[in-house]
Design a protein around this ligand. Sequence first.
Ligand code: SF4
Length: 349
Amino acid sequence: MTNPSRLAAALVAAGAVPPERAPAIAAVAERYAAALTPEVIDLIDPADPADPIARQFVPDPAELVTAPEERGDPIGDERFSPLKGIVHRYPDRVLLKPHHACPVYCRFCFRREQVGPEGEALDAAELAAALDYIRARPEIWEVILTGGDPFLMSPRRLREILGALDAIAHVAVIRFHTRVPVVDPDRVDTALIDALAAEKAVYVAIHANHPRELTAGFRAACRRLAAAGIPLLGQSVLLRGINDDPAVLEALFRGLVAARVKPYYLHHPDLARGTSHFRLGLGEGRQIVDALRGRVSGLCQPSYVLDVPGGHGKVPVGRSHAEPAGDSGEWIVEDHRGTPHRYPPAGES
Ligand code: SF4
């Protein structure tokens, strides 16, 4: 469902948006790729004008406003792309992007100008070149298959790519980044799970931003993946009007952990074009994340990170709770109630 007018008409027909919004939705979908799965449309509450599911997936005219600081490649993938389909930013790992389509197009996506139904998949020669690149570099320990959504590939193609990576001696870990268990959980079936079988460690990182995304179908998909011995990680984006509230994040992270998914990263939103209505300040983000301390266990707490614009990589941006106490060698450590405590220098405790 990616034709702009058909998408708008389908959303109206499903009762997810009022008819008067259709022209604006179609206009935005002409500029940025848009798609929703039936499962996501079912989750939308049409009575709520600020529905957190609709805000994530239904095109909004605010996307046609580009802020001066926004850019087409906010995390600098291009700068670190030595050949098509590979991003090599850190020595020990690469991104492998075999295709560009997603089952849904998140309105805040940092790769929104690269992903889409028209995005070119790697052809056989390009995929072979990408695999040769990995094969020739013994320092590559981890390969991350990412967006477009790798779980949209057929089990046959998944098996072929995974088999090739599995056979590279220096690759120890193969990680998939996907939205599929949330937006199309039935796709995580026996054929897909069988295609993920490998000698090497296979991890699946699942993108979810609101507790309402954690449906019975999602939990069942996670159960099937976990039953196959696949460790599950959670990736979320901190988004204004969607989860910029400690209570919502608490429910999200508890729900993920209860579904066997360890929250891994909470991303500060990137400077993608047309996404300023989703962005909050770093100070505000820190306050929200800080409020989770003492409220949920460490298992429920991801690292709050920012991709430094321009391709400089990820940095943790949460507040530090330990500061040196002048030049004494002592430290002041703050507990979850905000009470400071002294901690002695090394060797003097
Ligand atoms: S699924 Fe991932 S890559 Fe695809 S639109 Fe959403 S954030 Fe972007």
